[in-house]
Design a binder for this molecule. Sequence first.
Ligand SMILES: O=C(O)c1cc(=O)[nH]c(=O)n1[C@@H]1O[C@H](COP(=O)(O)O)[C@@H](O)[C@H]1O
Length: 301
Amino acid sequence: MKYFIDQLQQKIEEKDSRICVGLDPHLNLLPEKVLAAELLEDLEANQKEIAAAVLTFNKNIIDAVADMTAVVKPQMAFYEKLGIPGMETLWQTMAYAKTKDLIVLLDGKRNDIGSTAGAYAEAYLENKKTEIDSITINPYLGSDGILPFLRNKERGAFALLRTSNPSAVELQDLKLADGRTVYQAVGDFLRDLGSDYLGECGYSNLAAVVGATYPKELKEIRAQLDSVFFLIPGFGAQGGGASDIKAGFDSYGRGAVVNSSRGINFAYRKEEYAHFGADNYAKAARAAAEKMKKEINEVLR
Ligand SMILES: O=C(O)c1cc(=O)[nH]c(=O)n1[C@@H]1O[C@H](COP(=O)(O)O)[C@@H](O)[C@H]1O
């Protein structure tokens, strides 16, 4: 039995790639060749066709980036909004990613009281038929809501620690009576809870999400938590760049993976990759993924 976090770190090193490709099918950004714009005029009536288009798009993106990423991260919201056909597309996308030997991180931000968290864990991390290696969770219900997600040591959980959005500061930066911020307290809590789930690589199966858009906090959190692996979203579309995420890694260039969703999926819409043309969106995505991979490796060298 190999711990989830060891599987992840090993695959990152094999591919020498610290990127995570988000699979967030923003419908209004899909190329016309894949999804005819008129179908979006009635989302409910056209759920089936739209979900089929999303699956085609995802498969082409996965084919284009499979050799240069260790992880893909589908965000559930984009599939849930397409009803049952959307959920089928989500599961088919994850199964397809597994055929390419990728690690699947399902972005669902799940959690609840202990007994319900247990049901989520059974649904996503303990069902032998699922193609999911890990899931994002919200840690704010405390340990009984988190521990069920750690029962299966071959799979892992990424708890929100310091998010990338502008309003992250509103609650996460509040000061506690002991002088720590809320996110620092959450960090200490996650490190302690995860210490019973350490893999051979020195990181825990209980990982954390820290946004690329707050480099100062990222640096501080890395110094605080040496056994917590980070998912760092916010690269590209939200403004984060390679120099911003550098401090999220340890001195060996380990311990983190950086997500980009729109910046890779819809690279064909950017001036830099426009020469590929909308029909070659997958080639544009590959070029953007390659650039991101290189930029991160260079900044860590
Ligand atoms: O948990 C996440 O993945 C997440 C946490 C966070 O703090 N910020 C954040 O952007 N995300 C997710 O990361 C992805 C970022 O997408 P892009 O901004 O298109 O690269 C989306 O799926 C977000 O839901």
